[in-house]
Design a protein around this ligand. Structure first.
Ligand code: NAD
Ligand code: USQ
Length: 482
């Protein structure tokens, strides 16, 4: 048995006594449901009202835990760096590197010979426990993930466990790792989660806005040249009745012309947190000369990347529930278990979508081609547009080919959003940098469906219907009765 972490991987655990909204006993059911939150007033106030987080730093070296099946340490055959690649920063800090996009990206960049550190509070795993949810795929602990990666490839990924809202922790990670680039995925990213109740709305905006603000201060203080690559969202723009540009629009008004940030019309407290992040980042680029790229990403689908395919312990998470699951991933799981596809309202809601393999490519392109000092660069990160009805049709056809009987239902829309609208968003800048998209072909949906069929026994059907209403959000903390 090997003791992998003992030799080359140091683990820094940051301990705070902060608390999140307390665990709920069960998953959320279809609304309306009555909820009570069992959070003590003291910790709840500390979390959401004051944002105070008592700090106690405890840095330990990882214990020498064995792993069950160890492969011999060897360099990865698929890792390579071509000679004509632009010179690129070597040390990349991935905030949120235990999450869906972050995990795939951390492995991808490590495989491409970047020195990678993951910073994560593991709060996403806690949300699952609180709401009684689970990934379709079994996911290993972050420690086992990293040990397995090291044993397969010989590559070390440093790990810093802590909350970036705690500036003392974040400062220590910056001073210790000295990143050339920071990729910031580390936010509460579910629109429905942010619309559960007041405490989740406040948590989302506090976590996301303060976390990003801390990252900006850390760059100013400890790494002025560090390039911030921040995950934003296409949802910042909303669904205007004109074309969506990449970040900026040139307007002539009363005979005068200016290029201005594209108008933002976010439609959840989560999406609004991203708008505020973008404003803070743009301001600090101007004021302090920070170099930043805001990746306004569309909805991500898929699960496999070259690196996560290497071993089952590297498998990524795959959310299908009504809170964290996103449209296409949810539809594939629904088709696999014979649940009707849940189109909300009229189904004309159109968004940009991309394969998770393109997420990792886009991030790599952004860090290999950094923004200039003082530049606030915005890329629209998606490859294709689909309405929800179009996605349902694609999944139905692919399901039929596999012998599945796929039905669709129209669910009363739990959100407040346009259900029939114009949508045409530009997305050329990443293509110009070299993005080679994986477009959503029939064969890709087939393989995603087959993947979900493989794990169908893990599906909890009670988690499929939407459980959070934009209109019924209230002050009272929500939980479900047994
Ligand atoms: P995720 O929830 O799977 O991962 C986020 C990770 O960040 C989690 O591991 C979580 O524990 C960590 N985190 C959250 N708050 C933190 C904090 N304060 N300190 C340290 N770690 C923290 O989300 P994801 O789907 O991987 O999304 C990553 C980013 O990409 C988010 O910013 C999201 O807004 C954006 N994005 C995601 C999608 C999508 O379809 N998944 C689409 C567009 C944009
Ligand atoms: N939808 C359905 N049925 C479902 C699920 C969703 O009709 O079962 C509809 C929604 O009403 C919405 C659209 O599909 O109109 C997309 O919803 P989603 O849940 O797939 O995605 P969204 O809530 O917008 O959020 C996801 C990620 C978020 C990211 C965003 C990118 O969770 O982190 O920011 O995609 S974007 O949509 O471009 O803003």
């Amino acid at each position: 048995m090997a003791h992998l972490l003992s030799t080359s991987c140091s683990l820094k655990i940051h301990s705070t006594s902060k608390s999140y909204p307390k665990p709920l006993n069960q998953g959320l059911l279809s609304f309306p449901t009555s909820f009570t939150l069992q959070t003590p007033r003291f910790s709840f106030r500390r979390l959401v009202l004051k944002g105070e987080r008592p700090q106690r730093i405890c840095t330990v070296h990882a214990t020498t835990l064995p792993i069950s099946q160890e492969a011999p340490t060897q360099p990865s055959s698929s890792s390579h760096q071509t000679s004509n690649e632009p010179s690129k920063p070597k040390r990349v800090m991935i905030i949120g590197g235990d999450g869906y996009c972050g995990w795939a990206t951390a492995l991808h960049l490590s495989n491409k010979n970047y020195e990678v550190a993951i910073v994560d509070s593991l709060v996403r795993r806690l949300f699952d426990h609180q709401l009684g949810l689970d990934s379709l795929t079994p996911i290993s602990s972050i420690h086992n993930r990293l040990r397995r990666w090291k044993s397969l490839t010989g590559k070390n990924i440093e790990l810093f466990i802590g909350d970036i809202c705690d500036f003392e922790f974040l400062s220590e990670t910056f001073k210790s790792f000295e990143p050339d680039a920071v990729v910031h995925f580390g936010e509460q990213r579910s629109a429905p989660y942010s619309m559960i109740d007041r405490s989740r709305a406040v948590f989302t905006q506090n976590n996301n806005v303060i976390g990003t603000l801390n990252v900006l201060f850390a760059i100013k203080e400890f790494g002025e040249q560090c390039h911030l690559v921040k995950l934003g969202t296409m949802g910042e723009y909303g669904t205007p009745n004109i074309d969506i540009e990449e970040g900026y629009i040139t307007i002539t008004h009363n005979g005068r012309t200016d290029t201005l940030p594209y108008p933002k019309q976010a439609s959840s407290f989560y999406h609004l947190s991203k708008v505020h992040d973008s404003n803070n980042i743009a301001f600090t680029c101007k004021a302090w000369g920070i170099r930043a790229t805001d990746l306004n990403q569309g909805v991500v689908y898929g699960v496999r990347t070259d690196e996560t395919e290497m071993h089952e312990e590297l498998c990524n998470r795959f959310d299908y529930d009504g809170v964290f699951g996103t449209a296409l991933n949810r539809f594939c799981v629904q088709a696999a278990v014979g649940h009707p596809l849940t189109v909300y309202g009229k189904g004309g809601q159109t968004r940009g979508y991309l394969d998770i393999r393109d997420t990792v490519q886009c991030v790599e392109l952004a860090i290999a081609n950094p923004a200039q000092p003082g530049e606030f660069r915005v890329f629209n990160q998606f490859t294709e547009q689909f309405s929800v009805n179009e996605l349902a049709t694609l999944v139905t056809k692919a399901g039929e080919k596999l012998g599945l009987n796929v039905e669709t239902i129209s669910v009363p829309n739990p959100r407040v959003e346009a259900e029939e609208h114009y949508y045409n968003a530009k997305h050329t800048k990443l293509i110009e940098l070299g993005l080679q998209p994986h477009l959503l072909s029939d064969s890709l949906i087939d393989s995603l469906l087959n993947f979900t069929i493989k794990f169908q026994d893990r599906v909890d059907r009670k988690q499929i219907m939407p459980s959070v209403s934009w209109r019924k959000i209230g002050v009272k903390p929500r939980t479900v009765s047994a």
